[in-house]
Design a protein around this ligand. Structure first.
Ligand SMILES: [Zn+2]
Ligand SMILES: [Zn+2]
Ligand SMILES: [Zn+2]
Length: 195
């Protein structure tokens, strides 16, 4: 069952795209007037929903401020998910745990297709913690693993320069006096040991 809140949130999302489309494709070429009664009515409805959704988001803000890393929800599309690990992804807006979060999140928000077409890099990396290929960068700095819930930042990570992997992401390592220590991923370390 989809709750009324989720429905409202999705309707707002939908109209956010539809209204500019109506303006550029129907109003500007003169098919309908910008004073068209139906169009005005739709906008009025939307404003009510918008206010409602924003009101609810404002109420949730305090709880969300406590959350370290917030992910977008594939069900309601709001940035309101507290992701702990694959069994615990709680959306404050939906007010429930999102089942199969990783799968839904990847389907909705991660472009796993164009890199296959353009030969670019996959947006999903192998996680340095659990080794599943569900590790992604959110904003160029914060990383999250959609399986184990590891949340390192760019500062915590480096790429392995060993010969056996394809620049696998690994945790940076520092010695006791704070010096950066060059090291390799498990596969490459293994290779050096047995080479
Ligand atoms: Zn949600
Ligand atoms: Zn992981
Ligand atoms: Zn390596």
């Amino acid at each position: 069952m989809v709750s009324a809140d989720v429905l409202k949130s999705n309707i707002v999302e939908l109209f956010t795209y539809l209204i500019p489309f109506i303006k550029s494709e129907l109003i500007e070429p003169g098919y309908i007037s910008s004073e068209d009664e139906n169009f005005l009515e739709i906008q009025e409805y939307l404003n009510e929903f918008d206010e409602y959704v924003n009101g609810r988001l404002a109420l949730l803000q305090e709880s969300l401020n406590e959350v370290e890393v917030i992910l977008q929800c594939p069900v309601c599309n709001q940035e309101t998910v507290e992701f702990k690990d694959e069994t615990d992804a709680y959306c404050y807006f939906c007010d429930k745990n999102i089942k199969n979060f990783a799968e839904k999140y990847i389907d909705s928000f991660v472009d796993t297709y164009s890199h296959v077409m353009d030969g670019g890099e996959s947006p999903l990396y192998e996680c340095p913690e659990c080794e599943f290929e569900t590790f992604l960068c959110l904003d160029g700095y914060q990383f999250v693993c959609l399986t184990c819930g590891a949340k390192p930042t760019q500062d915590d990570l480096t790429t392995c320069s060993g010969p056996r992997c394809n620049e696998k992401l690994i945790y940076s390592r520092y010695s006791e006096n704070g010096d950066y220590e060059v090291h390799f991923c498990d596969v490459c370390e293994d290779y050096f040991k047995h080479a």
